[in-house]
Write a protein that binds this ligand. Structure first.
Ligand SMILES: [Zn+2]
Length: 210
């Protein structure tokens, strides 16, 4: 079915031809898209393409919840730029943070993996979405209401990796997600991978931080 709704700018809400109006696009290019590194609470270095406020969150929420797939090239482009700018050693592969089966079913798509597919095409770095997995946990649907300490435990147990013989002992991995606040999810994923592949170098990248 055709979509008859006109597009609106993700930044200011005015009618626009693309995901941004001209003014908001200029703002994005000149100061909001800003590759930065920061240390998470766990001491991991995380690279982010922009801050969650005022724009990063709008972009990700627009893509994930309002299904603004026209934002996908912009997000993938930011990731590709970050990869080219920050790291000089080539990556063996990129690995997306897995989402829960429940979210996969309710959304009908996997936003982070979808970003990864685009990034993989743009950078020619293969994506592996099988090695890192998420457990089907009965806690999962109550994630938001769990107390902090329970949530930490829940996350600890939520991810695991699959050991395969076809994988090299040494690899340079880029683990990525859409958003990071404390960086706990990325840290858990990194630990889950390193449990089976202790010698792998794992670097962390997100679209928005905050
Ligand atoms: Zn605008």
């Amino acid at each position: 079915m055709m979509n008859f709704f006109p597009k609106v700018c993700i930044g200011c809400g005015t009618i626009s031809h693309g995901p941004f109006c001209e003014e908001c696009y200029q703002k994005w290019i000149t100061n909001q898209f800003h590759i930065q590194r920061y240390l998470s609470q766990k001491g991991d270095e995380i690279i982010a393409c922009c801050r969650y406020k005022p724009i990063g969150g709008k972009i990700i929420r627009g893509f994930k919840y309002a299904r603004r797939f026209d934002l996908l090239p912009l997000i993938a482009d930011a990731f590709s730029h970050a990869i080219a700018e920050v790291w000089s050693t080539p990556f063996t592969c990129i690995i997306p943070v897995p989402q829960s089966i429940r979210k996969m079913f309710s959304r009908g798509f996997h936003p982070v993996e979808m970003i990864g597919t685009h990034v993989s095409k743009m950078t020619s770095i293969p994506m592996d979405s099988r090695i890192l997995r998420r457990k089907i946990a009965c806690f999962d649907r109550d994630q938001a209401s769990l107390r902090k300490i329970h949530r930490m435990k829940n996350l600890t147990e939520a991810f695991y990796s699959i050991k395969t013989n076809s994988w090299a002992q040494q690899a340079n991995i880029l683990l990525f997600d859409d958003v990071a606040t404390t960086g706990t999810t990325l840290n858990r994923c990194k630990e889950a991978i390193q449990k089976n592949f202790p010698d792998w170098h794992i670097h962390l990248l997100v679209f928005a931080h905050g």
